[in-house]
Ligand binder design. Structure first.
Ligand code: UDP
Length: 263
């Protein structure tokens, strides 16, 4: 059925050759994996939700001047992106203790951190994505010092923006993972945000109930993963059903005064 050339297949996404040189199609699968793919399930509908949520976030970030690989959403499961050279580092931003940080440092999950903390992990399934320092990254040439500075500045901006965005929909952004790539334009290279930002790679807790609305539902066998992702999409206003019907004209605002003027 699919005749496009497959460039790369990851755990939750496939990259296909794009319609023009320098572009790719990013396809979101329904696969959920955890613990370096030791745990695996298919959750029907997850890919479409992540596609919408990630589109929304990348567009908003683009609007505040964060360069990204995103061009446009193509359909339910796919988006057109710029081809970049992925820097082999997972950048994790944390605002609240959880997950591996809690385990490593013995911090109770939910403890607010004194300030946002940035961590780096080397992308290697064979090595289980080990945590690395800036020294490792620059010494082994995974990124140049200037590139790493740029990455850290962008990651902090993304974090500040997303903390506010999620606060606005009653969600606490505990932590998240992002990836960056090199994009060449007219002989010039710049660092851009790549991959995806979705509940697959964020910890999102409801502010009033502390319910987990992210992949920890799958990692920790809590159930209700799809419902949680739907809730995030609904609150962001990107569930297809939450869109106003097409062709709806202006709606008269109810007025109590007989002449239609506000009282
Ligand atoms: N994360 C991710 N991919 C990974 C590892 C972590 O998207 O391969 C995200 C994860 O969803 C969380 C944040 O990065 O939002 C921090 O994860 P942590 O280091 O606590 O690891 P975990 O507890 O997920 O093993």
């Amino acid at each position: 059925m699919n005749r496009r050339r497959r460039i790369y297949e990851g755990k939750a996404k496939v990259l296909y050759e794009g319609p023009e040189p320098g572009t790719l199609i990013q396809h979101f699968k329904d696969d959920a994996t955890a613990f370096n793919a030791k745990k695996h399930a298919i959750i029907e509908g997850k890919g479409a939700l992540n596609n919408r949520i990630s589109e929304f976030i990348f567009v908003r970030l683009g609007e505040i001047g964060v360069p990204t690989h995103f061009i446009k959403r193509l359909n339910m499961r796919e988006q057109l992106i710029r081809e970049v050279e992925i820097i082999p580092i997972e950048v994790v931003m944390r605002n609240v203790a959880a997950g591996s940080l809690s385990t490593r440092l013995g911090l109770e999950e939910g403890t607010p951190l004194p300030r946002s903390i940035i961590e780096f992990y080397y992308k290697s399934d064979a090595l289980n994505d080990p945590m690395v320092s800036e020294e490792h990254i620059t010494a082994f040439g995974w990124a140049a010092p200037a590139e790493l500075d740029e990455i850290m500045q962008l990651a902090l901006r993304v974090n500040d923006f997303l903390v506010g965005l999620f606060l606005g929909i009653g969600v606490r952004l505990v932590d998240f993972k992002v990836e960056f790539g090199r994009l060449w334009e007219n002989e010039q290279m710049r660092i851009v945000l790549a991959d995806e930002i979705s509940p697959d790679c964020c910890r999102l807790w409801d502010i009033s109930t502390a319910d987990k609305l992210d992949k920890d539902r799958f990692r920790r066998d809590l159930g209700g993963l799809l419902e949680a992702y739907q809730e995030i999409a609904r609150r962001l206003g990107v569930l297809p059903e939450s869109r106003p019907p097409k062709g709806m004209g202006p709606v008269l605002v109810a007025s109590n005064s007989p002449n239609g003027k506000p009282n």
